[in-house]
Ligand binder design. Structure first.
Ligand code: NDP
Length: 287
C-alpha cells in the first residue's frame, strides 16, 4: 500500500510558512507583497481557480488585486491592463488566468508580463533562467510536485524520473527541476514508443497528460513515487467527478507513494503561487 501524499495538508503548511515570511517582509520593507490576478471572461473553471488564488493570497497576508475583464475584451485593452500592472510598484506578481478566449493572443500576453513579476514562470526569460540554473520564478505546478517529492523521498540524486507529457507549463519545467536535483530524466509523450516499458523503469513518475486514468498498475515499478498532475472531469452514474491521469485505485497498491486527485498537486500549485509572489517581491526589493 502506498503512502498517500496529502497535497492539501502540505499546501496549508506552505501557505503558513509564506504567511510568516510575508510578515517579516512587511516589517523589513514596510509594504505588503502584491499579487494581481487578471481574469478574462466567465469560464467556470477559471473563476474557481481565481477565487481560490485570491483566498490563499489573503491567507498568506499578500495584497491581492483582482482585475476582471469581459470575455469580448480586445487585445489592446488587455495589453494596457498588463502594462499598468507592470508599472505599478504595489504589484510584485502578475498572473493572467489561462486559457484566454480564442480571439486573444496568449503568447503575446505571456511575453508582455515583466519577467520579474511573472509569478507563473512562463515568460521566455524565466524559462531560459530555469534551464540554465539561474535565479528565476519557477512554474507553480512543477515546483509543487518537486516539494512533494523532496518531502516524501528526501534527496532525489540518481533517481530515475519519467515525466509523461511535454507541455511548457508542466512537463518541460518539471524535467528541468528534476535534472537540477540530479535525477536521470526521461520525458515521454504522444509519439513515444513503448511508453509503458519506459515508465516501468521509473523511481519517480510524473503524469501530466490530460487523459483520465491512463496510467495503470502494470506501468509502475513496485515502490515508485507517482505524482498525478492530471485534472479530468468524467461522469460516473450521472454525476461529475474529477480524476487524474493515473488510475488511482489500480496503481495505489503497487506504488510506494501517490498523490490523489483532487487533493494532491492542485492545492500545492496554488500554494506555490503564493511562494512565488513573495520570491518575486524579495527579488525586486533586493535590487
Ligand atoms: P497539454 O495538453 O499541454 O500536454 C499534454 C501532454 O501529454 C503532451 O505533451 C502530449 O503529447 C501528452 N500526451 C497526450 N496524450 C498522450 C498519450 N496517449 N500518451 C502519452 N502522452 C500523451 O497538458 P498540460 O501539461 O497543460 O496538462 C496536463 C494535465 O494536467 C491536464 O489534465 C491539466 O488539466 C492538468 N493540470 C493540472 C494542474 C494542477 O494544478 N494540478 C496545472 C496544470 C495542468 P504531445 O506533446 O505529443 O501532444
Amino acid at each position: 500500500m502506498a503512502t498517500i501524499i496529502d497535497g492539501k495538508a502540505l499546501a496549508a503548511l506552505v501557505v503558513e510558512e509564506v504567511a510568516k515570511d510575508v510578515a517579516s517582509f512587511e516589517k523589513q520593507y514596510n509594504i505588503k507583497p502584491g499579487l494581481a490576478v487578471v481574469l478574462v471572461g466567465e469560464d467556470p473553471a477559471s473563476q474557481v481557480y481565481v477565487r481560490n488564488k485570491v483566498l490563499r493570497a489573503n491567507e498568506s497576508g499578500l495584497n491581492s488585486i483582482e482585475r476582471k475583464l469581459p470575455a469580448d475584451v480586445d487585445q489592446a485593452t488587455l495589453n494596457k491592463v498588463v502594462d499598468e500592472l507592470n508599472q505599478d510598484p504595489a504589484v510584485h506578481g502578475i498572473l493572467v488566468q489561462l486559457p484566454l478566449p480564442e480571439h486573444l493572443d496568449e503568447e503575446y500576453i505571456i511575453n508582455a508580463i515583466a519577467p520579474e513579476k511573472d509569478v507563473d514562470g512562463f515568460h521566455p526569460v524565466n524559462v531560459g533562467r530555469l534551464n540554465s540554473g539561474q535565479e528565476t520564478l519557477t512554474p507553480c505546478t512543477p515546483l509543487g510536485c518537486l516539494i512533494m517529492l523532496q518531502r516524501e523521498l528526501g534527496d532525489l540524486t540518481g533517481k530515475n524520473a519519467v515525466i509523461i507529457g511535454r507541455s511548457n507549463i508542466v512537463g518541460k519545467p518539471m524535467a528541468a527541476l528534476l535534472l537540477q536535483q540530479s535525477c536521470t530524466v526521461t520525458i515521454v509523450h504522444s509519439r513515444t514508443r513503448d511508453i509503458e516499458e519506459i515508465v516501468k523503469q521509473a523511481d519517480i513518475v510524473v503524469a501530466a497528460v490530460g487523459r483520465s486514468e491512463m496510467v495503470k498498475s502494470h506501468w509502475i515499478k513496485p515502490g515508485a513515487a507517482v505524482i498525478d498532475v492530471g485534472i479530468n472531469a468524467i461522469e460516473v452514474d450521472g454525476k461529475r467527478k474529477l480524476v487524474g491521469d493515473v488510475d488511482f485505485a489500480d496503481v495505489e497498491p503497487v506504488a510506494g507513494a501517490i498523490t490523489p486527485v483532487p487533493g494532491g498537486v492542485g492545492p500545492m500549485t496554488i500554494a506555490c503561487l503564493m511562494k512565488n509572489t513573495l520570491t518575486a517581491a524579495t527579488q525586486q526589493l533586493r535590487k
